[in-house]
Design a protein around this ligand. Structure first.
Ligand code: ADP
Ligand code: MG
Length: 704
């Protein structure tokens, strides 16, 4: 905008007066950028002045003065140009070098700009600049990025560093931010006064000001926390509003008839006693199903924790009340597995049950649909085929959905539409991923949550040890041999298939090499087979079949065994280069042992001081491990992992801001309880902020 100043050009004010902005707010004004810089801004989603002010700094660095710089320092300084020239560079192909004498209050230095000869004209003496670069010998400053700034070259002030993009440096963003500072006056306050007073929160504009320009680290952090709280509050409000929208629109069938089928099944039908967690889950769910508010619950528990038993109980409560229940799985294979499990769990209980998937033959399908519509069929297990248009239920009261993350909003709406008109089924989602509490609140905050932590008694605890050094390794092979002599089987898991997969892998072990080495070495007395993803399908099957049938003692493998292998006689697993795997992956892997009646052993080869390996050695509970995992990870590392959902915040940081999240959740609950649609006058700006930040979630609330 500085570009408008100058001879013969109308003043900025004069220009502005002639322009009719579509929205008068200064916050809505586009950023004064062109070309590459504009593209870069677009890629950072910075379009308007308002967007810019929301762009949180990545870090805050101590402000530097010219006199305070030491040779080799990388720093940001604010200076004024005293003189500027260009001179040719001797090396061929290089454009002239620009040298500027620049200074702040503490003294001058020579700034050098490479390959940008035009700067000599763009930055005439008197121009104030923010420079980021390296201070070198002979009082020279090699500039890496630079931007013009309006502020006085005072020097020594702390500077914010911003997430930047090719074509728009952090320094340029900083300069834009300083220019935009007056627009902070137009930032509106979304939080109701009552909340702000009671939590003693600064106004939003003041918090933003502190975030960008705070005098010290303390002020910046205070601003950040205020904004983080708001960000978390808006998310929780959006989630709870969505939840309230569904609950407000439709009633559910209250499943409050006396327990008959379900009771008999629990007492006589089940061949085992429930775990404490299962019992607690069942009473919680039974109470909820008895109400006419549609249940929206997430049931979390690792594979084998007994979720299906709890889900089947809920389904049988529907049967008790003369209604129907459905279980929906993401794939045909999973649907078939659930069907088989439920059939087995039901035992001789006289309850009608069927399977419906995409490959159900047409005639059978027609027959099933007729029975569902007439109520002649009580329970059905299937894929998304269950919510297709022609499927009609006489009275669908309970719907169980396996693996919530593959079940979108449209599916939910389609499912709701299957209940009798005006009603919605009670919904129970199941997931096998242990999700830390914080993540669950952020990602599934619209669902009530039940956790099954205990594994059924039949499963054996897995003693886990870290194996470090040659002596320990020799002892590990002895333990494996002992187990095999006792009739058990063993897994050896390697991170690589072939050494050549990773040329610099150093001492990372490969399954193929380890297979050859072990069967000629430590495990030569035993029958060793190999499996990895690059083997032909038949070879894989042969290896698996041999191991499953007990014809092989040792299975050397890659992580292909992570899922789906169930060999109850396998009692020991040795994992090579365990430090290369994530906590949850190691936990999944070791879940392959201890599935029978034998005590199980997991040997993790890796550094003794690894906190992740230590966590596995100490804890058997997937939820505890997920919490530790969260704490051990650094921010950013989480993006792209299965547990992503932490990268979703602009300002808040997890798990550091956990306390803020709890408080935000409490406030959101209270606000939504009092004003479910946030329609009261003091909540209007809040509702507007939610719409802006979480338009998508809001839209979903309407769809559901
Ligand atoms: P999930 O669905 O969580 O993977 P399931 O409900 O399918 O777990 O149960 C896994 C296995 O454990 C099944 O074979 C089931 O019969 C058995 N099981 C479930 N609960 C118990 C229990 N309380 N005691 C013993 N075995 C159980
Ligand atoms: Mg199951």
């Amino acid at each position: 905008m500085a570009g408008f100043a100058g001879n013969g050009v109308p003043s900025r004010e004069a220009l502005l007066a002639t322009v009719r902005w579509p929205r008068p707010s200064r916050l809505a004004q586009p950023l004064p950028l062109k070309g590459k810089a504009a593209q870069a801004a677009e890629s950072l989603e910075l379009r308007s002045v308002g967007d810019l002010l929301e762009h949180a700094p990545r870090a805050r660095r101590e402000g530097r003065t010219v006199a305070g710089l030491n040779r080799g320092d990388t720093a940001t300084v604010v200076v004024e140009v005293r003189a500027i020239t260009q001179r040719p560079v001797r090396r061929r192909g290089m454009r002239p070098l620009v040298e500027a004498t620049v200074a702040d209050e503490t003294g001058p230095m020579v700034a050098t700009f490479f390959n940008q000869p035009w700067l000599a004209r763009r930055y005439p003496p008197g121009t104030r600049l923010v420079l980021h670069g390296k201070y070198e010998a002979r009082n020279r400053f090699r500039v890496a990025s630079h931007a013009q700034t309006d502020e006085a070259a005072e020097g020594g002030e702390d500077v914010s560093h911003y997430p930047a993009a090719e074509g728009l440096s952090s320094t340029q963003i900083l300069a834009l931010m300083r220019e935009a500072r007056p627009a902070l006056a137009e930032v509106y306050e979304p939080l109701p006064a009552r909340l702000r007073v009671s939590e003693r929160l600064a106004p939003r504009a003041a918090a933003l000001e502190a975030l960008h320009f705070g005098a010290d680290a303390h002020a910046v952090e205070a601003g950040r926390r205020r904004l983080a709280f708001e960000e978390l509050l808006l998310l929780q409000l959006a989630l709870l509003a969505r939840r309230a929208a569904r609950a407000g629109k439709r009633r559910a069938l209250a499943l409050d008839a006396p327990a008959t089928v379900s009771k008999r099944w629990l007492e006589v039908g089940l061949p085992f006693a429930l775990t404490g967690d299962q019992q607690a889950a069942i009473s919680e769910i039974a109470a909820e199903l008895a109400g006419s508010r549609p249940a929206q619950r997430l049931l979390m528990g690792e594979v084998g924790s007994g979720k299906t038993v709890v889900a089947l109980y809920a389904m049988l409560r529907a049967v008790d009340c003369g209604a129907q229940a459905a279980l929906m799985a993401p794939t045909e294979t999973l649907a078939e597995q659930h069907f088989a499990t439920i059939q087995r769990l039901l035992g001789s209980e006289p309850v009608t049950l069927a399977l419906l998937t995409g490959s159900t033959p047409a005639a059978r399908r027609a027959q099933l649909l007729a029975r569902l519509a007439s109520g002649g069929l009580s329970l059905i297990v299937g894929t998304h085929a269950l919510i297709e248009e022609p499927v009609r239920f006489r009275s669908l009261a309970v719907a169980v959905v396996d693996e919530q993350h593959r079940f979108g909003v449209r599916q939910r709406a389609a499912l709701d539409a299957k209940a009798q008109s005006g009603l919605a089924p009670h919904l129970l989602h199941m997931t096998a991923t242990p999700i830390p509490r914080t993540l669950a609140l952020c990602n599934y905050g619209d669902l009530d949550q039940t956790r099954l932590r205990q594994l059924p008694a039949r499963r054996q605890p897995i003693a886990t040890h870290i194996v470090s050094g040659t002596r320990a390794r020799a002892r590990a092979y002895e333990r494996i041999a002992e187990e095999i002599h006792a009739g058990r089987q063993a897994f050896v898991v390697c991170p690589l298939v072939e050494q050549a997969d990773e040329p610099d892998a150093g001492d990372v072990r490969a399954a193929t090499a380890e297979f050859e080495r072990l069967r000629a070495g430590e495990l030569r007395d035993f029958r060793v087979v190999l499996i990895h993803g690059q083997l032909p399908h038949r070879a894989k099957q042969a290896a698996m079949a041999a191991f499953a049938a007990g014809e092989a003692d040792v299975l050397v493998a890659t992580t292909v065994i992570e899922v789906g292998i169930d060999v109850p006689n396998a009692a020991v697993m040795l994992i090579e280069n365990a430090e290369r795997f994530g906590i949850s992956q190691l936990h999944q892997l070791r879940g392959r042992v201890g599935r029978g009646e034998h005590a199980a052993l997991c040997l993790l080869c890796g550094p003794r001081d690894s906190p992740r390996l230590a966590a596995l050695a100490e804890h058997d509970d997937g939820f505890a491990l997920a919490e530790i995992d969260l704490r051990l990870r650094k921010e950013g590392e989480l993006i792209g992992t299965r547990q992503s959902g932490l990268g979703q915040f602009a300002i808040a940081r997890m798990p550091e801001d956990e306390a803020l999240l709890t408080s935000a959740r409490n406030w959101a609950t209270r606000l939504i309880d009092r004003d479910p649609e946030l329609g009261q006058p003091e909540h209007l700006l809040l509702a507007r902020a939610i719409a802006r930040v979480h338009g998508e979630i809001e839209a979903r609330a309407i769809a559901a």
